[in-house]
Design a protein around this ligand. Structure first.
Ligand code: FES
Ligand SMILES: [Fe+2]
Length: 460
């Protein structure tokens, strides 16, 4: 543990600025804030691991990361999902080095210890001869990830054994997940494998971009307007509702100027509509019928977008989940899943996949637009002026859109606090609040007469 330059006074100032709708720019890539984030946020919140369709049969496995903890997720012979630290209990190297596959046992590439799907150590090379009979194999099982939870096929892990249950953490997001993931018989399926690439960006800013910032669409993605794919109306991504869901989660339910989408059920084949009606409540069905784009996030680092692409007669919808894995204050690994209704016609799925690759895949046009902006945000946050914590340069970012001006729309049929526009910073402010709450949970930032002197101890 080390002492550092953060102190309670700074957090008090931060809290006060945030209450005014402002976010000091130094927090974006501050290295000490980053260390606290990994420990206090990622060490205690639910992080997405995989969709169950990625592990079809007993023995199927994928390897994933919970920031710096390598994870081996397997489907056992009884059909249960189990997650282990992907680190051999002998000397700690990665037990499994492949991204995915199917196995009955995992053999470590270093000295050859082997483990079954239940995580038991079942084989030691020359075991009896080198360790003798007294070696107790059951003490050297794989270390389980403390908590695992599943909702609508989405498998999450949590490194905190005392964390609240996944369903409580997701809260009202479950209602929207039911629309996105539970509308079709058989649910959704991941097509292909998650693509991943490294980008210069900060995880908070990318999360916020997807969860809470439809306002950027008409400028950052201007080329889509120029190509005639998006409407010319500069308000077009603002129509609909921004819904604040608590725990830093939220969703934008984007419609159009008429309050309905130009494309019923996001352009999905009409043959699927009765199935949606069967699987959803009347309120969920109504929202699905008139929404153009759903875009939102599960704090801290899972985002999603469910758009409409294509032209009349060739419209398609898909669900893109993306995980922003922090690699440092200014670097992330982006993991990107393409999901589609299992029950959709095969030809439709293929067309939708192509639409995804051209837009939100690593080489997609929309993706490139955002990535450049994110890189410049972290670059600008590292200068002397931006890093000045006394705020003498007034180096704060503006989160004042709709501040104290927009009232919730009580007639919105879904749960959460729904505001009647998506051009709004309410969700961003709620994300920041939860971020600060977790970051400072054990710190006396609200009181104590010696708060100015109180230094924050952060783990190395
Ligand atoms: S580190 Fe795995 S067998 Fe030695
Ligand atoms: Fe974007």
């Amino acid at each position: 543990m080390s002492r550092n330059s953060l102190n309670a006074k700074m957090f008090q100032t931060l809290k006060q600025k945030m209450a005014e709708g402002l976010l000091p720019q130094w927090v974006v890539t501050d290295p000490e804030i980053y260390v606290l984030e990994i420990d206090k946020i990622f060490g205690h919140t639910w992080q997405f691991l995989a969709h169950e369709s990625e592990l079809k049969e007993p023995g199927s496995y994928v390897t994933r990361w919970m920031v710096n903890d390598p994870v081996l997720l397997v489907k056992t012979n009884s059909g249960e999902f189990k997650a282990y630290l992907n680190s051999c209990t002998h000397r700690g190297t990665h037990l499994c080095t492949a991204d995915f596959g199917k196995k009955k046992t995992f053999t470590c590439p270093y000295h050859g210890w082997s483990f079954n799907l239940e995580g038991d150590l079942i084989g030691i090379v020359a075991g009896d001869k080198v360790y003798g009979q007294e070696m107790k194999k059951d003490q050297w099982s794989l270390r389980p990830i403390p908590r695992i939870g599943i909702y609508q096929g989405m498998i999450f892990g949590n490194l905190d054994p005392n964390a609240m249950p996944l369903e409580d953490y997701l809260g009202d997001m479950k209602w929207y997940f039911d629309i996105l993931l539970g509308r079709s018989d058989g649910g959704m399926e991941v097509r292909g494998v998650p693509q991943r690439w490294v980008a210069q960006a900060n995880w908070k800013m990318t999360f916020e971009n997807f969860a809470a910032d439809p306002y950027h669409v008409q400028t950052t993605h201007r080329s889509t307007v120029e190509m005639g794919i998006s409407p010319k109306d500069p308000l077009y991504a603002g129509y609909g509702h921004q819904v604040v869901l608590g725990h830093g989660h939220g969703i934008n339910v984007i419609t159009s100027a008429t309050g309905r989408s130009a494309y019923a059920f996001q352009g999905m084949p009409e043959s699927m509509w009765p199935m949606f009606e069967r699987n959803l409540s009347p309120e969920q069905f109504e929202i699905l019928s008139k929404t153009t784009v759903f875009v939102g996030g599960v704090f801290p680092n899972l985002s999603f977008v469910s758009p409409v692409h294509g032209t009349e007669g060739h419209l398609h919808n898909y669900l893109n989940f993306r995980l922003w894995r922090p690699l440092g204050p200014d670097k992330i690994e982006i993991w990107c899943w393409f999901m589609i209704d299992k029950a959709a016609p095969e030809e439709y799925k293929e067309e939708a996949y192509k639409g995804y690759i051209g837009s939100f895949g690593p080489s997609g046009t929309l993706e490139q637009d955002d990535t450049e902006i994110w890189a410049r945000m972290v670059q600008a946050s590292k200068g002397i002026m931006a890093r000045d914590k006394t705020l003498s340069y007034n180096n704060v970012c503006n989160y004042l859109m709709g501040f104290d001006r927009v009232e919730p729309d009580e007639t919105f049929p879904g749960p959460g606090i729904a505001y009647p526009t998506c051009y709004l910073d309410s969700l961003s402010r709620s994300i920041h609040e939860y971020w600060l709450e977790l970051l400072t949970r054990d710190l006396p930032i609200d009181g104590g007469k010696n708060a100015n002197e109180l230094e924050i101890t952060i783990p190395n």
